[in-house]
Structures are given as structure tokens and as C-alpha cells.
Ligand binder design. Structure first.
Ligand code: DGL
Length: 277
């Protein structure tokens, strides 16, 4: 038994897709969440900048004495090499492997679509993970750089015309390729799941990496005797952001269905990771 919190981070709101599922399937667990809202988006930046941010985010969560780190960001996960993870002396998972595994097991036709940030699609990380499972699969990737700012600005309602039009533009190529399974390869995208599903004419199974990763965390903690033995009544979640909490707070409230005011704090990630860790 281990009552230390699980540490989860993303560039902003996307990691809440992992948090929502963790709350559902592991209600006893304490969670520390960091959303790097001062530096979002990550997905338009260079690999070296994304790697620097990712290692700072990990260092911050480690300073909170977490028992496991969840890189709840497709972009950050795409830069995490074996060499980098071997430097981190606590269990860590990204979102790519769990999502790739789920897609590979569900695809009937063998044509899998992946949408994500420009950096994630450029890295080819999902394709590599899928091909390691089954080299015969065809993987079609498309970057959707406007989705993250739309989500961060709260434009997530099902009937939002701007987000729907944007989705129509991005998803055309994916539809034309007749994928039967589509990985929402950026954790922000499940926040607009309904829009994507509608634009796809419900023709593909959508894979939510947040959900798949939460299930991986559950099996990892269970197998290693690391679940929290205390009751869900005492389980708490604390949020840290690197910019003003207001926008994050209102969208998180809608998405999680929980009032998070009072458990959200602003930090200076650059200075903290330089001087205190
Ligand atoms: N949620 C992040 C991801 O999964 C968004 C990246 C960004 O900040 O551009 O890729």
C-alpha cells in the first residue's frame, strides 16, 4: 500500500482526460496535477524545448513526493526516450503505448488514423508504437494545431461552430483514408470527442489515450502493491498551473464535473525547477 499521490502533468487542460478516468476507476487515489498553462502549447515547439519543459515538469512533480508520474500529454510523451526515463527513479508512463495497444487490438481493417499536435505527428511516435505491435498496420497521421488553443479557450461545446469547422478541415484526409480506428493522439482532443465523432460520421472507433493510460496506471499500481489503502473520502486532488488559474478552473469544472476552486495554485515552473529542485 502506498498513500502518496499520483503525479499527472500536461501543457494545460489535456491531462484532465487522465484525471477524470483515474477518479472513476481509482477513487481512493490522491492526485497532484500540473498544467503548464503559461507555456501551452507544447506541440508547435522544437523537440529540445519540449524535452526541457517535460523534464522540468517531471522534476516539479517529483518534488511533491509522488509515487508514479503520468505524462498525460502526447507531445511530451513523444520526446520521452528510454534514456530519459531511465534517469527518473520512480515509475513513469506516457500516453502513447497504452493508446497504441488499444488501437492495435481494436482495428479490424488494419488502417489506423492518428491525430495530434505537429510535434507528435512529426515524431512518428504513435506509428512506431503501432508498428512494433503489428508491422502490417497502415498508419495515417494528421496534425491539428488549432485544436489545443480552441480547447484551452473553452470552445468545447458540441455545437461550437468554429471548432466543428476546424475539425471538418483537419479530418477530411483521415475520412478519405477510411480509417476504422482513430487515436486522439493529443490528450486535449477527447475534450472535443463529440465534435470529432460527428465529423467522422461515427465511422471509426475513437481511442482516448487518457482513458487507456488511466487503465494502465490502475494495473501497474495493483500489480506492484502500490494502491492507496485509505478510503476515497480522504482522497484529494491538488492542481498547480503556471499561469492565472481562472480559465483552467472554469473548463476543468465543466470537464471534471467537480468544483476545483480552492485546490488550485499558481507556480513559477522555470524558477522552481532551477532553484528548489
Ligand atoms: N495535451 C497535449 C498533447 O497531448 C497538448 C500539447 C500542446 O500543448 O500543444 O499533445
Amino acid at each position: 500500500m502506498d498513500n502518496r499521490p499520483i503525479g499527472v502533468f500536461d501543457s494545460g487542460l489535456g491531462g484532465l482526460t487522465v484525471v477524470r478516468e483515474l477518479r472513476k476507476i481509482l477513487p481512493n487515489e490522491n492526485i497532484v496535477y500540473f498544467g503548464d498553462t503559461g507555456r501551452v502549447p507544447y506541440g508547435t515547439r522544437s523537440r529540445s524545448t519540449i524535452t526541457r519543459y517535460t523534464m522540468q515538469d517531471i522534476a516539479f512533480l517529483k518534488s511533491k513526493d509522488v509515487k508514479m508520474i503520468v505524462v498525460a500529454c502526447g507531445t511530451a510523451s513523444s520526446v520521452l526516450t528510454k534514456e530519459l526515463t531511465s534517469k527518473i527513479d520512480i515509475p513513469i508512463t506516457g500516453v502513447i503505448q497504452p493508446a497504441a495497444q488499444s488501437a492495435a487490438s481494436l482495428s479490424q481493417s488494419g488502417t489506423i488514423g492518428v491525430i495530434g499536435t505537429t510535434a507528435t505527428i512529426r515524431s512518428g511516435a504513435y506509428g512506431k508504437a503501432i508498428h512494433a505491435i503489428n508491422p502490417t498496420f497502415r498508419v495515417v497521421g494528421k496534425d491539428c494545431p488549432l485544436f489545443v488553443p480552441l480547447v484551452e479557450n473553452g470552445m468545447i461545446e458540441k455545437d461550437n461552430e468554429i471548432t466543428s469547422l476546424t475539425a471538418k478541415m483537419y479530418l477530411k484526409i483521415i475520412k478519405d483514408e477510411k480509417v476504422d480506428t482513430l487515436i486522439l493522439g493529443c490528450t486535449h482532443y477527447p475534450l472535443i470527442y463529440d465534435i470529432i465523432n460527428e465529423i467522422m460520421d461515427y465511422s471509426a472507433v475513437l481511442i482516448d489515450p487518457g482513458k487507456e493510460t488511466a487503465h494502465y496506471v490502475q494495473s501497474y499500481l495493483t500489480a506492484n502493491g502500490m494502491l492507496n489503502g485509505e478510503s476515497s473520502e480522504t482522497a484529494n486532488i491538488h492542481f498547480y498551473v503556471s499561469d492565472t488559474p481562472s480559465g483552467f478552473e472554469s473548463t476543468a469544472h465543466i470537464f471534471l464535473g467537480e468544483d476545483i476552486s480552492g485546490c488550485i495554485e499558481q507556480i513559477d515552473i522555470e524558477n522552481l525547477t532551477q532553484s528548489e529542485i
